[in-house]
Design a protein around this ligand. Structure first.
Ligand SMILES: Nc1ncnc2c1ncn2[C@@H]1O[C@H](COP(=O)(O)OP(=O)(O)OP(=O)(O)O)[C@@H](O)[C@H]1O
Ligand SMILES: [Mg+2]
Length: 301
């Protein structure tokens, strides 16, 4: 347990404080503030020395959707709205994530399961900073990368071009991107049945596109990698290969979140699992225990 010792009062420069060099920098920054808080670590309890990479604190996400009459952008309609102060568009709200809290640590692979529409993709998008939270906060180490089946690559460009585009988007230089193309295309295996890398991506099957997207994202080390269903569309061979890569990414001290309805993938890849249902975090714990409860809930094996 970590508690805080409140010294209180202003401390002037003449006061000698013991072992200041041993304190973490953020404690030193509070030096001239009225209160100095030093951690007291109780000897009886083990110290949690894991490094948190994502902290989700009571996060709520609400979608607002315009329903009914479409928005009239004409000047006359605008004037009418100003005068009558009436909004001509009815808004509906969908409360997709309701008060979710957890912390993820370096080196963890975390599964995210739950029924359709339970808020898994929404939660990942909020962690990636792509959706604002209505309430609560998300703290992350570095910029999390969201890899979804809808990741933005251009369908009219060839696979090779998309690899370069993806690498540039992940912050590689053009020279580095060019040297990685071969390896990424090989990992994706899209060329196993002919030279598909030089054909536009729109000619790929959905599984082939997903393979290429995963191969691009996996080419870089990520602090936090968020994978939404991308592995599910691949076939057995590719799934095995990508599972191995997820484990490797995790060993490189990153944190991986994996959304999947394929419970076998979650079981082999993640040691911890979060279960969302109707936007609420139903369970957070060891994969085996969470899957057992989830299976009881869905009555599947
Ligand atoms: N762009 C959007 N606008 C409005 N509502 C949305 C939008 N995206 C998702 N929702 C709603 O938010 C809720 C959660 O959706 P979300 O896509 O996060 O679920 P999910 O757990 O990823 O489901 P699935 O397993 O089907 O992928 C659903 O009720 C859905 O209708
Ligand atoms: Mg989803």
């Amino acid at each position: 347990m970590v508690d805080f010792l409140d010294i209180g009062g202003f401390v002037d420069d003449t006061v000698t404080l013991p072992a200041i060099k041993d304190l973490p920098p953020d404690y030193q920054q509070t030096w001239n503030t009225p209160t100095i808080r030093l951690p007291i670590i109780s000897e009886s309890e083990p110290v949690d020395d894991r490094v948190p990479t994502v902290v989700v604190d009571d996060v709520h996400v609400v979608y607002r959707i315009a329903t009914g009459a479409t928005w009239d952008a004409s000047p006359l309609a605008g004037l009418k709205r100003l005068v009558t102060k009436k909004k001509s568009v009815a808004m509906r709200e969908v409360h997709a994530v309701k008060g979710v809290s957890f912390a993820a640590y370096q080196g963890e692979a975390i599964g995210l399961i739950g029924s359709n529409g339970s808020g898994k993709s929404t939660l990942l998008r909020a962690i990636a900073g792509l959706l604002p939270t209505a309430r609560g906060k998300v703290y992350t180490q570095g910029q999390p990368s969201l890899l979804g089946v809808n990741a933005a690559l251009l369908n009219d460009l060839t696979g090779e071009r998309n690899v370069i585009l993806g690498c540039l988007a992940m912050g590689m230089s053009l020279a580095e991107a060019k040297t990685r193309v071969q390896e990424i295309v090989e990992f994706s295996g899209i060329n196993e049945r002919g030279d598909f890398a030089s054909l536009p991506m729109r000619t790929y099957s959905s599984g082939m596109s997903a393979r290429l997207r995963f191969a691009i994202a996996a080419a870089r080390k990520h602090d936090v990698l968020l994978i939404d269903e991308a592995l599910a569309t691949g076939d057995g061979t590719f799934r095995k290969r990508s599972e191995a890569r997820v484990n490797q990414l995790r060993e490189e001290a990153g944190t991986v979140f994996l959304v999947s309805h394929q419970l076998s993938t979650i079981r082999t890849t993640c040691e911890r699992t979060l279960w969302l249902e109707a936007g609420v975090l139903r369970m957070d714990g060891p994969t085996k225990e969470v899957l057992a409860e989830y299976k009881k809930f869905t009555k599947t094996d």
